[in-house]
Write a protein of this length. Structure first.
Length: 139
C-alpha cells in the first residue's frame, strides 16, 4: 500500500470564508499516483472545517446566515471560552457543526464523488495562517 501526505495552507482576508479546495485535493491525488484507495481531507485547526456539499453561491450564503444564527459572533461576552482572552467562541461551535474532516473514495485515479459534490474549507476565525491535511492511502 502507498501513502501520500500534503498540507494545504490558507490565510483568509476575512474572519469567515468558504473556499472550494476540490481542485487542490484532486491535484494531490494526481501527484500521489494512487489509483484505488481513500483520501482524507482534515482541517488541522479547531476553528475551521472541511465539508462536502454543492458549489452553489446561494448555499454558501445560506451557510453563513444559518451558522451565524446558531452561534453569533457578538456579543463575545456570551461565550465562556472568550473569558480566556479569545474572541472566537463562536468559531469553535461553528466548526463542531460543520465537521472536522471528510473521506472520499478514490476509484480509477479519481475522487469518487456523487453529483454536485465538492470539497470545501470553511474558515470561522481567519486572518491568520492555517492548514488542511490531505492524506491518501491505497494502491
Amino acid at each position: 500500500m502507498k501513502s501520500y501526505r500534503k498540507e494545504l495552507w490558507f490565510r483568509t482576508e476575512t474572519r469567515r470564508e468558504f473556499i472550494n479546495i476540490t481542485a487542490q485535493v484532486a491535484e494531490c491525488l494526481r501527484a500521489s499516483g494512487i489509483r484505488e484507495g481513500l483520501c482524507l481531507v482534515n482541517a488541522m485547526h479547531i476553528t475551521a472545517s472541511v465539508y462536502i456539499n454543492d458549489a452553489e453561491r446561494g448555499l454558501l450564503q445560506d451557510y453563513e446566515e444559518w451558522l451565524e444564527g446558531l452561534a453569533p459572533h457578538a456579543p463575545i461576552s456570551r461565550y465562556r471560552h472568550n473569558r480566556t482572552g479569545e474572541d472566537n467562541g463562536d468559531a469553535h461551535l461553528k466548526r463542531q457543526v460543520m465537521g472536522r474532516e471528510v473521506m472520499v473514495a478514490v476509484t480509477n485515479g479519481r475522487l469518487d464523488f456523487g453529483p454536485w459534490e465538492q470539497i470545501y474549507y470553511a474558515e470561522f476565525d481567519g486572518r491568520r495562517r492555517k492548514r488542511v491535511l490531505v492524506k491518501i492511502i491505497g494502491e
